[in-house]
Design a protein around this ligand. Structure first.
Ligand code: 9G3
Length: 564
């Protein structure tokens, strides 16, 4: 394509509202433009890259026998009422009314829609297994859209849904799609990890997220420095054996700690290690008060409380509630002598504390020489804490390292969560009716563009991997007014195109500096520059990745380019 005919509005200045480098570069290189907050247009170059990502996804999904469909974005509210999610999702679910005042949602995801699509016609186990997928716009009214395509309110997702007779079939589909995802992200040139994730509100069992390692990422991954282990920080299990402190048990004493409230203040005041302190926080678990204990240097993970107690809603009790229930304010509460109705659960590390420190449930007072069982009872010991850097990896190999990640994929085992609530069942081989077993699998297609740029750019602009580059070669005629440069440029453009290479030919009547700056910004991986030595048939080939430039005679150009 001739650049003089293409709409590629490059910018020199950095858009003021763009914090993420990928947001800045995609806008400056003329790939995307914002319509309103979190809503973008893809301009020609952006659309071409998006299409390359889609093609890779289609190839990998079709290869494992999935079938592409296209479902509506406009979803009747009745479906979400059936699944019970019309209520549970708040302002994030974009809703509208039609002219008859009927309620609709703009599709944030399609579990309900696809279950309603199949339930009237898929009635026999003979029709299963089946995997359907689509690539389509999704709508989520994010509270704080930001970082360009990384967190939009309308975005492109590939969402797939698997349908099986039972859990064994689901396991097979889950594994096939998991592997297809590995291929997709590898072919996109991404440095990523598949991490164990928390199913959260999705109510499934196994679930994995695919995280692209990047500092801008909003998720924190805990991964082992010596094995494949990787988990979302919210889900990372802690498998640490704590050595019990065997020093002789002392008599509990109540001490005055004045206005010292936090672990570090109390530990410093009493001159003890935070590891000797017992942190006590009151949580409301499905409206019931639970005192959760952790070692002073650990943080409690509320997702783990939720999973362990199989609760719907887990939140910290307010100061007021804490005072009402425990009888004193946060900062002095502890497990000794809590009211009967308060359940006490503790992270495993607490059991190994001897002669510890904890709140005395009295303002300005703490206990010293406190011992589990002797001074307070614990209803349940569980893995309740966040994993920390340096902890032993749960698989026993190496130590835990943290990294920020961008979630580009998420796979769930849904089980019968939707088929039960929406009556999608089949007759099994014994003629017995049973709900269909489902899985759901997503890839953030538009988010991948941003994730690639986050990982592959330099101070001059983007650097596209060959698999996603909007063109194969960026051919640049430095000075079209110079007859020999113009002629060689035209000849090469025709010749390279015939070699089935997709060429972006910068034939514009612009200064050389503008052309070079734009080429480095756009980031096509091979630049062929027709300049001063055109009459000798010599051009310059620049590798955008390494910055290396070599002069080549046109006779050896194709061979050299294909090697690149
Ligand atoms: C909503 C809104 C936001 C949501 C959801 C529903 C996330 C929602 C989870 C999923 C699960 C899978 C199919 C593709 C892969 C992911 N945010 N999720 O269900 F109404 Cl407003 O989307 N869906």
């Amino acid at each position: 394509m001739r650049q003089s005919n293409l709409y590629i509005p490059t910018l020199r200045e950095v858009p003021s509202d763009a914090e993420a480098i990928s947001h800045q570069l995609l806008v400056r290189a003329g790939f995307i433009r914002q319509s309103v907050s979190g809503v973008y247009s893809f301009l020609p170059l952006g659309r071409k890259v998006l299409r390359k990502v889609e093609t890779i996804i289609r190839e990998e999904m079709d290869r494992i026998g999935s079938q592409e469909v296209l479902m509506p974005a406009l979803q009747p509210s009745e479906l979400w009422e059936e699944s019970g999610r019309w209520e549970t999702y708040g302002p994030e679910l974009m809703r509208l009314n039609d002219r008859h005042d009927r309620k609709f949602a703009l599709g944030a995801t399609h579990e309900e829609l696809i279950t309603s699509l199949l339930r009237d016609e898929v009635k026999s186990y003979k029709r299963l297994p089946m995997v359907l997928y689509q690539i389509q716009a999704k709508f989520r009214d994010e509270k704080r859209p930001r970082f360009g395509l990384l967190r939009g309110r309308e975005f492109i997702m590939k969402d797939a849904y698997s349908f099986d007779v039972g859990p064994d079939g689901l396991d097979r589909n889950y594994e096939a799609i998991y592997n297809a995802y590995m291929n997709v992200f590898n072919r996109c040139g991404l440095n990523f990890r598949a991490v164990i994730a928390d199913s959260g509100a999705m109510g499934g069992k196994d679930t994995h997220e695919f995280m692209v390692l990047a500092d801008i990422g909003e998720d924190t991954i805990a991964y082992s420095d010596q094995s494949e282990f990787a988990a979302n920080i919210e889900m990372a299990p802690v498998k640490e054996t704590y050595t019990k402190d065997t020093s002789p048990v002392k008599e509990r004493i109540k001490v005055d700690t004045g206005n010292k409230r936090t672990i570090s203040e109390v530990a410093e005041y009493l001159d003890v290690e935070p590891q000797k302190c017992i942190k006590s926080l009151l949580w409301m678990v499905d409206e019931k008060p639970v005192l959760v204990l952790s070692r002073g240097d650990h943080e409690i993970n509320d997702i783990k409380i939720k999973n362990v107690l199989e609760a719907e809603v887990v939140e910290l009790a307010t100061e007021v509630r804490t005072k009402e229930i425990i009888g004193c304010e946060v900062g002095y509460i502890g497990p000794v002598g809590v009211p009967e109705e308060v359940k006490v659960i503790a992270d495993h590390a607490v059991a190994s504390i001897t002669n510890g420190v904890c709140g005395a449930n009295e303002p300005g007072k703490h206990y010293q020489h406190v011992n589990p069982d002797a001074d307070f009872n614990v209803d349940l010991y569980e893995d309740l804490r966040f994993i920390k850097e340096g902890d032993p990896s749960p698989d026993g190999k190496g130590k835990i390292v943290f990294a920020k990640g961008i979630e580009v994929g998420h796979v769930f085992k849904l089980g019968t969560r939707y088929s039960e609530s929406m009556n999608a069942s089949i007759l099994d081989e014994n003629g017995k009716a049973k709900p269909i077993t489902m899985g759901s699998y997503g890839i953030g297609v538009s988010r991948i563009l941003a994730a690639v740029v986050e990982q592959m750019h330099d101070e001059d602009g983007m650097i596209w991997p060959k698999s996603l580059s909007p063109f194969d070669v960026h051919l640049i005629c430095v000075n079209p007014k110079n007859e020999s440069q113009f002629q060689l440029g035209e000849d090469l453009y025709a010749k390279l195109k015939n070699d089935r290479l997709d060429i972006l030919y910068d034939d514009r009547k612009e200064r050389a500096g503008v052309k070079f700056t734009d080429a480095d910004l756009i980031g096509i991986s091979v630049q062929v520059i027709v300049g001063k030595r055109a009459e000798e048939g010599v051009v310059e080939v620049k590798n955008r990745q390494t910055g290396e430039k070599v002069e080549k005679h046109i006779s050896e150009l194709e061979r050299y380019i294909s090697k690149l």
